[in-house]
Design a protein around this ligand. Structure first.
Ligand code: R5P
Length: 297
């Protein structure tokens, strides 16, 4: 049983919604920064022997990670029995190999650091490409609910005659699951990435009469979807809908998508963004409850 949730700064509304869904109180704390930018943590409840979950939004993680470790270590120091982390978006998953000599495999290092400070992890649709599961790099138990059924519900409610499209091989795991849940056909395209904002994608001629729905786990610069949308717009098809789980949206990404000719752009609330239209709270709450139950058994 989770006794209490503590939000990292920036995750307060998410933590409140999760506390409601899980049926446990929010912890009180004072977390702020000293004038020099270092973080200050003070817990205002007695955590001795308590089962705690920290709720954190870990997009742009470098600004938040040390605060997270400080909060976890303060909880541990003050006697918390178990400390979990609910982070709907799990960062540092894409550097899962040494692509160039001398590069760091930062997914491993991040996993090692996090695993040393918290006891369990719940996250949504982590970017598992060259890893089969988080267990390959995280030494703590995890649950990874997927947004696929929720994306499928959104499509069924909002798009008549959809044709789902995964822009690259990595997206197949998500697009196939969404297609299955939505009962819709899907295609997976081929992408070559030449740089952060430089991708080329081969788009075949698609049958007329269906609305293309692009599905990916992450929209970051928006170039993966924008290149696909641009090419689809040359065909006699309705404006493509863009759906993603994690709305990273680097500066200018929404404009990039719009000027490419995208129709609706919809994401889940794993990362706060104006395109959020799909609520993950119920699935995250259920996953956290189930993971803690399994650890208690
Ligand atoms: C690729 O590995 C991911 O699944 C996404 O396709 C990628 O992160 C999207 O990035 P961007 O929006 O910058 O093209």
């Amino acid at each position: 049983m989770i006794d209490r949730l503590y939000p990292l700064p920036g995750a307060e509304p998410l933590a409140a919604a999760l506390a409601d869904a899980i049926g446990c109180p929010l912890g009180a704390s004072n977390q702020r920064r000293f004038p020099d930018g270092e973080c200050y943590v003070r817990l205002l409840d007695d955590c001795d022997g308590k089962d705690i979950a920290i709720v954190a939004r870990l997009d742009r993680p470098d600004d938040k990670f040390l605060s997270l470790l400080m909060l976890a270590d303060t909880l541990r120091d003050l006697g918390a029995a178990r400390i979990g982390l609910v982070a709907p978006y799990l960062p540092y998953m894409r550097q899962d190999a040494r692509f160039q000599p001398g590069e760091g495999i930062t997914s491993r290092y991040f996993a090692r650091m996090l695993s040393a400070h918290v006891d369990w992890l719940v996250t949504v649709d982590p970017h598992l490409h060259r890893y089969d599961s988080l267990d390959e790099i995280y030494s703590i138990p995890s649950r990874v609910p997927t947004a696929a059924p929720l994306l499928a519900q959104w499509i069924s409610a909002n798009v008549g005659q959809p044709l789902l499209i995964g822009p690259d091989a990595e997206s197949e795991q998500w697009v196939a699951a969404v297609a299955d849940a939505a009962g819709a056909p899907y295609r997976v395209l081929e992408k070559i990435r030449n740089g952060d904002r430089d991708v080329s994608i081969a788009v075949p001629d698609l049958p007329p009469g269906r609305t293309p729905v692009l599905i990916d786990d992450i929209i970051s610069t928006g170039h993966t979807m924008a290149r696909t949308v641009q090419q689809l717009r040359r065909q006699d098809l309705p404006a493509p809908v863009c759906l993603a789980t994690h709305a990273l949206f680097a500066d200018g990404a929404v404009e990039t998508l719009r000027s490419a000719g995208a129709g609706a752009v919809v994401t889940t609330n794993s990362i706060l963004h104006s395109t959020n239209g799909i609520d993950l709270v119920p699935v995250i709450a259920e996953a956290a409850r189930a993971l803690v139950r399994s650890m208690d058994a």
